[in-house]
Ligand binder design. Sequence first.
Ligand code: ADA
Length: 562
Amino acid sequence: MIRTFKTHYVRKQMELTESLWEFEPCAGNYAGQKFPVAVPGCWENHPLFADYRGEGIYRKTFQAQGNVRIECKGVSHTATVYLDGHEIGHHYNAYTPFSVVVSDLEPGRHMLEIKADNRFHKDSALHVPNDYMSYGGISRGVVVEELSDLYLEYVHVKAYRENRQWHVQVKAAVNVLKVGQNDEEDITIQGKIKDTAFEWKLTDTAKKHYEFCTDLKIDGIEEWSPETPVLYQVELQMLREDEVIDDLIERFGFREICVQGKYVLLNGKRLRIKGICRHEDHPDYGCALPYQTIYNDLVLIRQMGANSIRTAHYPNDEIFLDLCDELGILVWEENHARGLEEDRMKHPLFEEQAEQVIREMIFYHYNHPCIFIWGILNECASETLFGRSCYEKQFRLIREMDDSRPCTFASCKFFGDICFDLPDVISCNLYPRWYVDKPVRDYLNEVYDWIVEDGNGKGKPFIVSEIGAGGLYGCRNAYHGKWTEEYQADALSEQVSECLKFSESMGVYIWQFCDVRVSSEWFAGRPREMNNKGVVDEYRRPKTAYGRVKEIFEQYTNYYEE
Ligand code: ADA
């Protein structure tokens, strides 16, 4: 499954996930041998490859003809795609989708090979040894589509209000595969939202790419919010004369986000964030979480009383976003970067790779009403001038692509950060009672005072984007020492309640939902080679902290009073 709803009825789609693929590792003891594996999946979940870092080839045949689009939702972390032995595509980064289009395929069976590479090679600026695992494999769905000689590339819907009336701006694009073949064409794109219809025309196919945009007034809608996650569809059909040659269905919600003084407003109401950061990680699936596991995570998160998830530190699977749309969970979605210092940001490919992640993240995820803020460059070099120039460029790019959401970055460089004038929301990762031995309230005051007085952040919304403590599942002792469940529960109780009581903050994100594997090359003394700050362990067994956080979260509503 690549989405939780059907995006095409006319376009023929085949998900290549129903039967097994062949996997061949390129190095190590099993180099050249072939293993049947399920896709999506990470090779680390095969007992023979639990610590394999290298390249591996996945093979699968499929039947199709004509113009074919192959979409990969995520290959970890570098992919080279071959069709019938010819290289047709290359993509870097585990966490964003990509697609390749091939024209005029002969009818019959074709061999798709995807070479995945999870090495921290010299061309990898973002995937580096880190406090989470860079897995290997085809970690999200793969779909093959048969296209006509032109197809609908995307549709983006932005809902906005003018004088209390809801409107939408609908943008879409058509890609032409056989450019210039027909000077005169009679192509119609018919669109529908609720009972409002609209239409665009294409009278030639002389160019590769055509863009369309329409603003519409829509009556009688229900707003999207955490309490009422009502979703609508935009349906496009493309006709040549009377024949329907393509279609595209997307979902969106009527909701508006804006920043006003110290608050972020959702449909005019001041949001209070009771949040948690979450990695895509599970001992049985690596980063290739199946639908049911994602859904179960969201149920646990909701039951804890949280209303928001930060996808630290990369864009997530679209199934996760579909579910958050449906369940009314607010999402801070983030580009891919964690803790990159200035020298790493000066990597010759850093800028290009980080920008590409932003472009793909916004392009693919634009319509999700659950995403209320974009985040970038977690804990990178925001204390240096060079770092600042990177933050500046990336914020500019986000704002160019999407003016309907605020943006932010999670800093650990306060008392030295020179970038707080750039984002719409100031976010800080704070670890009092863990890395910093100070009472939570004192530390919050200290950091916030610096941001306002010296850090250029006065008047903006402020949020604690990480706070937490390590706790090993089942580890207890009489004196509540560090790493016990009791210590973690006590620390989190103080951390979360102080953040929610802190009148200058719009909320808090706990670090983190579940314990996660870290790359062995990074390690940093973490017990079990895992980051153990989860409120549930890696198998989602709740620790003591889970219940304590729930008691606190449940005391607070989703909004601040006016
Ligand atoms: C950081 C970082 C997280 C995680 C956390 C921790 O703030 O953003 O990825 O590493 O610290 O557990 O120390």
